[in-house]
Design a protein around this ligand. Structure first.
Ligand code: SF4
Length: 364
């Protein structure tokens, strides 16, 4: 019989489970406290529970915490973790350190089916959705690492491996755990959900009226180019996507963020900048320009500083709010999916580079 995963349960569900074991509901608070505040890893460490209950829990349940397989620490403070999933797969999580605080970048799927042409996560294809508790466990691991450094976790970005809106039910369950004060207790205002442009999911998030930030990966200002680099555009072309984004902004009152990866010679010209400005005209939004991270096996190259500056300048001239994002973790396998690809061997040059990366806490 499958064991109950405690991280999957809200307080009331955990109390019900304990009731079925013949235990008092207040034990739920103690267990949640151990898991979410005191970083307990095993039921045996929950020393204010009677020994008999700890044994019952070991027989009937698992915590759901994930074991760390690997970790790489960048010179700029970015930390990339690789966690083992119970079925033998692995998942990446990244800690991003900014002057304003720290964010955890969470994965939502093992692999991804969206097939964006410039992305390392898509290389091995789609394997499976993550459960909500597998996302929760990633946050707990990053928070534990930060606590050891006497730092706090400021926010969450769902921009790791996978398309969050392609795993919508688990995403909603996870966001429930995020905002629940007895579990992760993080304000949804500090959560960014990224999407490649799955319109039904955007409209569902709008309907929920949760105060998250919606971040749309645009990467091209017209359908012809976007069709080429992001296959999702053939199903939800730009006019339909932009309409959904406007509705999200109207219903939630939240400004939409657009991510635009700058790829040399492909989408970084003055013409594309003007087209992007025209596409976003009159919309309350923010554009993040991100020089591409090099991905082994893919031929795309990052735009140079001159092209990035020119692109940003054209948007600013047209009153579009724009930020050029620092490339974090440039000295480690920085683009999402790369560490996992290295570990699983789907990066053609991976193993050799992996051995050269001295800051890795490798166990290979
Ligand atoms: S960019 Fe995001 S949506 Fe596209 S393939 Fe990569 S992980 Fe999937």
């Amino acid at each position: 019989m499958d064991k109950t995963v405690v991280l999957a349960l809200a307080r009331a569900e955990l109390a019900e489970f304990l009731d079925r074991l013949g235990e008092a509901p207040y034990r739920a608070d103690q267990i949640l406290d151990w898991l979410y505040r005191k970083n307990a890893v095993t039921f045996q460490q929950m020393t204010n529970l009677p020994l008999q209950l700890r044994r019952k829990l070991e027989d009937e349940a698992v915590t759901g915490l994930l074991a760390e397989i690997d970790r790489q620490v960048s010179e700029d403070g970015t930390v990339k973790f690789l966690f083992a999933l119970p079925d033998g797969h692995s998942v990446e999580t990244v800690l991003l350190s900014y002057r304003s605080g720290s964010s955890a970048c969470i994965s939502t799927q093992v692999g991804c089916r969206m097939g964006c042409r410039f992305c390392a996560s898509g290389l091995p294809g789609f394997i499976r959705n993550l459960a909500d508790w597998e996302m929760t466990a990633q946050v707990l691991q990053v928070r534990k690492w930060l606590m050891a450094e006497k730092r706090a976790l400021g926010g969450l970005v769902l921009m790791g491996t996978g398309e969050p809106l392609d795993n919508l039910e688990a995403l909603k369950g996870f966001l429930g755990a995020v905002k629940d004060p007895s579990r992760l207790g993080i304000s949804l205002r500090n959560v960014t959900v990224s999407t490649s442009g799955l319109v039904p999911g955007i409209l569902e998030l709008a309907r929920l009226r949760w105060p998250i930030t919606l971040s749309v990966s645009l990467h091209a200002p017209h359908d012809e180019l976007r069709d080429r680099i992001m296959p999702v555009n053939r199903k939800y072309p730009l006019a339909v996507l932009m309409d959904a984004c406007r509705r999200f902004a109207e219903i939630t009152g939240r400004r939409v963020t657009f991510e635009y990866i700058l790829i040399e010679g492909l989408n970084d010209g003055a013409k594309e900048a003007r087209e992007l400005a025209a596409l976003l005209e009159g919309m309350r939004c923010h554009v993040n320009l991100i020089p591409l991270n090099l991905v082994p096996g893919l031929s795309f190259r990052p735009s140079g500083d001159l092209a990035v500056g020119r692109f940003a300048g054209i948007l600013k001239e047209r009153k579009i709010k724009v930020t050029v994002r620092r490339r974090l973790g440039a000295d480690i396998a920085a683009a999402c999916g790369q560490l996992r690809n290295l570990y699983q061997g789907s990066d053609p040059d991976g193993c050799r580079r992996y051995e050269r990366q001295g800051t890795s806490k490798g166990k290979k």
